[in-house]
Design a protein around this ligand. Structure first.
Ligand code: AMP
Length: 219
């Protein structure tokens, strides 16, 4: 099963992609996670990506497309995956389509997690993560047992620098301008599905996603 999760920053893509990938035995490939790791390790990619990420801007297409091409060549996308945070522009979506056509691969669904702007801002301003195991928390919705400390390994929780309010607003603008057009791209390819977030909480969304994915298996 080959899936793309789409949605604005803070839509819960990462959380849901992690859960669904674990449940269905798929690879979870988050370009944001790959880039943050590259920045942390000071690699060539990290050095090129850092200033864009800190400003809430997108990293240039050729860097990201190159990264996905490498994963494809290495066979990482052979046994089913969820792409989280890629593609994020029309040129990225086109490059993915062409790469996959050359390799006789298909995307089964692009699933949009549909959340309002106000909800995005509310969520991102309360978002914290563990730098050791990458677990996510949210004040006041998903609190760790001990304030500011990861439940899994006791590490002090941090905020992503790009979750600060000015940067969040820019990321949302960037999403609307550069990423939202790919919703139509996948609608035209007839592989789009949308899950509306009505505030029922993350477990409800996971159920809706699993139901949507079950339809693919039956098709
Ligand atoms: P995310 O964790 O998906 O919110 O990504 C964090 C940041 O990484 C984004 O704000 C971008 O700067 C960069 N990034 C991640 N994925 C992409 C992509 N597909 N294209 C361009 N930039 C990306």
């Amino acid at each position: 099963m080959n899936l793309i999760f789409l949605g604005p920053p803070g839509s819960g893509k990462g959380t849901q992609a992690k859960r669904i990938a674990a449940k269905l035995g798929l690879l979870h490939l988050s370009t944001g996670d790959v880039l943050r790791e590259a920045v942390k390790n000071g690699t060539g990619l990290g050095k090129k990506a850092q200033k864009f990420m800190e400003a809430g801007e997108l990293v240039p297409d050729e860097l990201i497309i190159g990264l996905i091409e490498e994963k494809l060549k290495a066979g990482a996308l052979n046994d089913g995956f969820i792409l989280d945070g890629f593609p994020r522009t029309i040129p990225q979506a086109e490059a993915l389509r062409d790469m996959f056509a050359r390799n006789k691969k298909v995307i089964h669904r692009a699933i949009l997690l549909d959340v309002t702007d106000d909800e995005v801002i509310r969520r991102l301003s309360g978002r914290y993560y563990c730098p050791t195991c990458n677990a996510g928390y949210n004040y006041p919705m998903q609190l760790p047992k001990k304030e500011g400390i990861c439940d899994n390994d006791g590490t002090r929780l941090l905020r992503r620098p790009d979750d600060e309010e000015v940067v969040v607003k820019n990321r949302l603008n960037v999403y609307k301008k550069q990423t939202e057009p790919i919703v139509d791209f996948y609608r035209k390819e007839s592989i789009l599905a949308a899950i509306k977030d009505n505030g029922g909480g993350p477990d409800r969304i996971t159920e809706s996603l699993l139901a949507e994915i079950a339809k693919i298996n039956k098709a």
